[in-house]
Design a protein around this ligand. Structure first.
Ligand SMILES: *Cc1c(COP(=O)(O)O)cnc(C)c1O
Length: 360
């Protein structure tokens, strides 16, 4: 069987070129006679890999000198605890915006460590929009304001960042990091699990402004302390070597594709093709309000659950896989991350067009 178009929300499709490079280097990485999985993380070969990975993401995101880049384990979900554990040493208050399931989980975890104020939520309309936020809504004494820049399950994204004054914004960027231009200086911390836009599951990228490395709670475990990892170049213990190597290959691929600006154009094009079809369709319907639509995760529904099920089944047979929506939204969700080519989205829309003709 050949490669299919994989619309999985995560772990998600990777660039074919990257997988081919990884395959060609699997048994013998760069003349070392070993796989990257088998080498010491202190070897010069691996030190080169992690150094290059960091240099590449710094270049791609234009990360200033006064930010550290960490390659950690535990997924974005571990960051739900790490953020309050590292930032609540000064003020035990934080503001959160609740825009969906991942925000909710972040809030629930943070509540274990301090006073969490849910500043705004879009729960009233099943998270189909991003609430409007004004500066007066935020507590100037909060340690940070937490947002989820792209809501993987509900398919919304922030089109503009809130003005939080001097309070640093902490962003869960798991599902839209590197998909569009972001001004890193607007954030105190950016974190992202790798398995959407960076590489395989197993590594979590944390980008943190230097001044935020010194306000942890007393009891924060060593392994959850950002400073531990910042001071040791993410080498305090054995890092997730192979996922870091894969991330490096993905960063290289993205650089060669023209960087974030170039991929953003392609992402805009892919989203326009899919949303354009959905808005014209008499059968399919997008669930998110147009001004807050994600470029990465596109939920949509058919009029009945029976049709949804038929569509998902026949799409799978046609090589368009993992289109089933999250249970909280129902219907379908097409995740069209950086590695999904325009051709994949065109194939999906063609299939939907045919399905509409046959079922109306
Ligand atoms: C996938 C995802 C997570 C969870 O990531 P894990 O690495 O599985 O912990 C958190 N937040 C967002 C926005 C996600 O898309």
């Amino acid at each position: 069987m050949g490669r299919v178009y994989n619309f999985s929300a995560g772990p998600s499709t990777l660039p074919e070129e990257v997988l081919k490079t990884a395959a060609s280097e699997l048994l013998d990485y760069n003349g070392t006679g070993t796989s990257v999985m088998e080498m010491s993380h202190r070897s010069s070969a691996f030190m080169d890999i992690i150094t290059q990975a960091e240099a590449l993401i710094r270049q791609l995101m234009d990360i200033p000198e006064n930010y550290k880049v960490l390659f950690l384990q535990g997924g974005a979900s571990t960051q739900f605890a790490a953020v309050p554990l590292n930032l609540m040493g000064k003020s035990k208050k934080a503001d959160y915006i609740n825009t969906g399931m991942w925000s909710k989980k972040a809030i629930a975890e943070a509540k274990r460590y301090g006073q969490i104020n849910e500043v705004a939520t879009s729960q009233d309309k099943n998270f189909t929009y991003i609430p409007s936020l004004t500066k007066d809504m935020f507590d100037p004494d909060a340690a940070y304001v937490h947002i989820t820049t792209n809501n993987t399950i509900f398919g919304t994204k922030y089109t503009q960042l809130p003005d939080t004054g001097n309070v640093p914004i902490v962003a869960d960027m798991s599902s839209n990091i590197l998909s569009e231009k972001m001004d890193v200086t607007r954030f105190g911390i950016i974190y992202a699990g790798a398995q959407k836009n960076i590489g395989p599951a197993g590594v979590t990228v944390v980008i943190i402004r230097d001044d935020l490395l010194d306000q942890k709670l007393d009891f924060t475990p060593t392994m959850l302390t950002y400073k531990t990892h910042a001071e040791s170049g993410s080498m305090y213990n054995t890092p997730p070597c192979y996922p870091i190597y894969m991330a490096k290959l993905v960063f290289q691929w993205l650089k060669e594709a023209g960087g974030v600006e170039a991929i953003q154009k392609i992402n805009d094009e892919k989203a326009a093709i899919l949303y354009g079809f959905l808005d014209d369709s008499k059968l399919f319907k997008a669930t998110v309000e147009p001004q807050h639509r994600s470029l990465m995760n596109v939920p949509f529904v058919l009029p009945t659950d029976a049709l949804n099920a038929t569509f998902i089944k026949s799409a799978t047979e046609a090589g368009l896989i993992n289109l089933k929506g999250h249970r909280s939204v129902g219907g379908m969700r097409a995740s069209i991350y950086n590695a999904m080519p325009v051709e994949g989205v065109k194939a999906l829309v063609e299939f939907m067009r045919k399905f509409e003709q046959e079922n109306s």
